[in-house]
Design a protein around this ligand. Structure first.
Ligand code: ADP
Ligand code: MG
Length: 366
């Protein structure tokens, strides 16, 4: 999908404007605190989600005003569409193709974006939970039934963990454990299988994107390979292996009071030239990794839904060398991209796109 025009009113510090972007690359540049990220945020809000900066919706309303409005005309494969979001102190209302929607959730999936902001570097730097969330969030978008699978698994896990704590005091309860092990390994194997399938797609795309970003100098690999899925060929094998592992690790789990094996403990291993990116990658390499993963996420969503999401890249340029910057500015074809940066350098390199110079919330040249 491509944005044809974007209009906002009373949105943070942005001056009321109708912005007509390029269908490929758009660079929004200017000094600090002028409103660059605010423009990306105004686009993101149209997805129906909350701000990627983790702010409350009402913080998006310009100071001293009582509502904020963002609207956009966009093109999908088959037609032109429009979407509007109005945020007040009380609520957030959406209108799609001039039809007011009862709830904001009804527009989720209609207007899609993938966003990279510096906080997303945590995807490489932080704990495994962050990487599991990255996998799960996209799988949930592709497969709504995965949401209930996760909910069901987590409930079962809570029951088993509660029982483990009691077992410490009353060992006779052990006979009741097997029913939870059966259920947990069954659901856990389904989750692991989905993550394996998704990671194999992610692996292909992210390798290609990283090759492009690094000019083929370094190679990225992503791997989802927890110990209990070694030598497994299908979901049934994983189930059996996980079931056996739950038994093997029972004493350890009783001592610790929680289940020490399963999808809730897994990690996505990210390596550059065979070295763990979390431990060894430079800032620029970590940035490149996350970019490759985010661009891959967009390509996989395109594969599933047929629509190319809009890409929002906030402050990615810093710490990237000129070759890597050139890839972002000139080598991403087919996708509509919005990139923010402070310096005008990127604009001078831009071959196929438009630039917007922003000052004090207003576009002063484009
Ligand atoms: N609700 C709001 N109303 C008015 N101005 C706001 C609001 N929220 C943030 N701002 C202002 O927006 C500016 C930051 O914009 P931002 O897009 O983050 O800057 P940058 O260009 O560095 O990305 C700050 O000056 C901040 O005070
Ligand atoms: Mg910013």
């Amino acid at each position: 999908m491509k944005i044809l025009s974007l209009q906002y009113k009373n949105f943070r510090n942005l001056k009321e404007t109708k912005l007509v972007p390029h269908s490929n690359i758009n660079i929004i540049y200017g000094d600090n605190a002028q409103g660059k990220t605010n423009i990306l945020e105004s686009i993101w809000i149209l997805t129906g989600g909350h701000s990627f900066r983790g702010n409350k919706d009402k913080n998006l309303i310009a100071f001293e005003q009582d509502f904020a409005k963002v609207e956009c005309e966009f093109k999908t494969i088959d037609r032109s569409q429009s979407i509007k979001i109005v945020i007040s102190n009380k609520n957030k209302k959406a209108t799609l193709n001039n039809v007011p929607k009862k709830s904001i959730s009804m527009i989720v999936g209609k207007f899609c974006c993938v966003v990279f902001s510096p906080e997303h570097l945590s995807l490489v730097k932080n704990s495994p939970a962050e990487r599991r969330k990255f996998l799960d969030t996209t799988i949930c978008q592709m497969k709504p039934s995965y949401v209930s699978l996760l909910v069901n698994y987590n409930k079962t896990l809570e029951h088993r963990n509660a029982l483990l704590k009691n077992l410490y005091k009353s060992p006779s309860l052990e006979s009741t454990l097997d029913v939870w092990d059966e259920k947990l390994s069954f659901l856990g194997a389904l989750i692991a299988s989905e993550r394996i399938d998704y990671t194999s797609k992610l692996s292909l795309y992210s390798k290609a994107f990283y090759d492009g970003i690094s000019g083929n100098k370094e190679h990225l690999r992503v791997l989802y390979n927890p110990s209990y899925i070694k030598d497994c060929e299908n979901t049934q094998d994983i189930k059996l292996s996980l079931y056996n592992m739950l038994k093997t690790k029972l004493q350890e789990s009783i001592n610790l009071g929680f289940t020490t094996v399963g999808p809730q403990r897994d990690d996505l291993l990210i390596t550059i030239d065979g070295k763990d990116a979390k431990k060894f990658a430079s800032q620029g390499q970590q940035r490149s990794c996350v970019l490759a993963l985010k661009l891959s996420e967009a390509s996989i969503l395109k594969e599933i839904t047929g629509e190319e999401p809009i890409i929002l890249l906030d402050d990615v340029m810093s710490e990237l060398d000129s070759g890597r910057q050139d890839f972002l500015i000139n080598k991403i074809k087919d996708k509509q991209v919005f990139i923010t940066c402070c310096s005008e350098d990127a604009v001078l390199k831009l071959q196929n796109g438009r630039s917007f110079h922003i000052q004090d919330g207003g576009i002063i040249s484009s």
